[in-house]
Design a protein around this ligand. Structure first.
Ligand code: SF4
Ligand code: SF4
Length: 129
């Protein structure tokens, strides 16, 4: 019984020492920032949208809402409560107007903040986050 306990103890200590000198996999976030892969898909950014509606059609989560006044896009919203960051909207946009950027810090205390308005006026080729 004592031998068994001793073996278990040594095994535990061996495991601890094995990992003691390995590089840590955790980060002191937010002081340390993660190196995200180039393909990471985070917050959307919109610039130069022509209002064709393709992104809305290919979105599997029905998370995109576009309002138009004739040919003018008056409102472009993405509901991040529904979005699963699949990247379809970016992939199929014919003019590369929508991009999923590296920004992953989307946490909020108010869920209304997750309904993101990305466009005001299609004439302005501005970037609105
Ligand atoms: S990333 Fe995917 S789920 Fe999110 S808005 Fe784009 S198409 Fe929809
Ligand atoms: S973001 Fe691209 S696909 Fe979506 S409405 Fe604008 S131009 Fe069309």
């Amino acid at each position: 019984m004592i031998v068994k306990s001793l073996v278990a103890l040594l095994e535990g200590l061996f495991t601890v020492f094995k990992h003691l000198f390995k590089k840590s996999v955790t980060l002191q976030y937010p002081d340390e920032r993660p190196n995200l892969p180039a393909t990471f898909r985070g917050r959307h950014e919109l610039s130069g949208c022509i209002g064709c509606g393709v992104c809305q059609q290919v979105c599997p989560c029905h998370a995109i809402y576009i309002e138009k006044d004739g040919k003018n896009v008056t409102s472009y919203k993405i509901d991040l409560r529904k979005c699963m960051f699949c990247g379809n909207c970016q992939y199929y946009c014919p003019v590369s107007a929508i991009k999923l950027k590296q920004d992953f810090e989307l946490a909020t205390g108010d869920e209304k903040d997750l309904l993101k308005e990305l466009i005001r006026d299609k004439k302005e080729d501005e970037v609105i986050k």
